[in-house]
Design a protein around this ligand. Sequence first.
Ligand SMILES: [Zn+2]
Length: 364
Amino acid sequence: MEKSNQDSKNSAKKPGLMERLEKGPVICAEGYLFEFERRGYLQAGAFVPEVVLENPGLVEQLHREFAHAGSDVIEAFTYYGHREKLRLIGREKDLEPMNRMALKIAKKVAKDTGALFAGNICNTTAYMPEDKATHKAVRKMFDEQLHWAADAGVDFVIAETYTHGGEALMALDAIKAAKLTAVVTLAIPTNGVTREGWTPEDACKRLEDRGVDVVGLNCARGPKTMLPLLKKIRKKVKVPMAALPVAYRTTVREPTFQSLNDRHCNCIPRDHPFPIALDPFTCNRFEIAEFGKAAYDLGVRYLGVCCGAGPHHIRALAEALGRKPPASRYSPDMSKHYIFGSAKNLSEQHLQYAEQLRHRRSAS
Ligand SMILES: [Zn+2]
């Protein structure tokens, strides 16, 4: 496989992405949009990463939290920080400062933590397969963001959340033209195929044939409904594979987080939990750990979590893959819980009370 200039330049200092993938899994935390929306620093709807300019310190802090929890990659928060979205909210003039600032913050944290520094481009929402004029505009948007990423010296680029295979191919072409290493991931809609009707394995194979370095899926699907697709892709492609599900309990009937319905609640606007009432569907850390092991067993080496992810998910994923990130210093030890624990120095009275609770639980 041809190595890009950027990758070999950086590998002199620290192992690059492809080298790390040869040795074992690489973990990448995503999900910054949802996390900042919940915290009140980013607006659901347009979902533009305005927090990068308004509160850069918070972005730096979240990068650090994910690195502490085990992320090997610090991904510049430029998701939806492209011209189409900035135009939508009337902030086109802030496009370059926003991108440069996001890259600067991520670079700083990557340097401090020894993690890889990734640039990011994503679905533009402007791509229309039949309309060639949109293709030109989309390529221009990729090129300008990639120029800033290359300028910042990224170790590689993540191109993510493509529902159109054609747009993913365009993103890959743009990254290769910039001589950078490319991780490209698709978000597979509810009907199980890309918007032009390609199966996930076919779309990934096309990306492989076009020179992608790492290929796979991110977003849209939770662990349960992403795994079966990964199995099929693994049979079709030889390059390293990526898998970053959303941290939500999607099902065969409702395979994406956009399609989830909440039967226990009737106060959700438009009766549609996506994207801001998904809380009751959140995966616990054990479910993410299970997913990590299962995907690893399939041969997936680039693993992470997308929308809905919190540092506790990333730590569980890291530990499931045999890692011990700094946050493992505080991994649970319930033996020391005063009611539910078992440590010898706990009060006997509390432990007896716990016994009563246990009986009640098994009786109910
Ligand atoms: Zn996502």
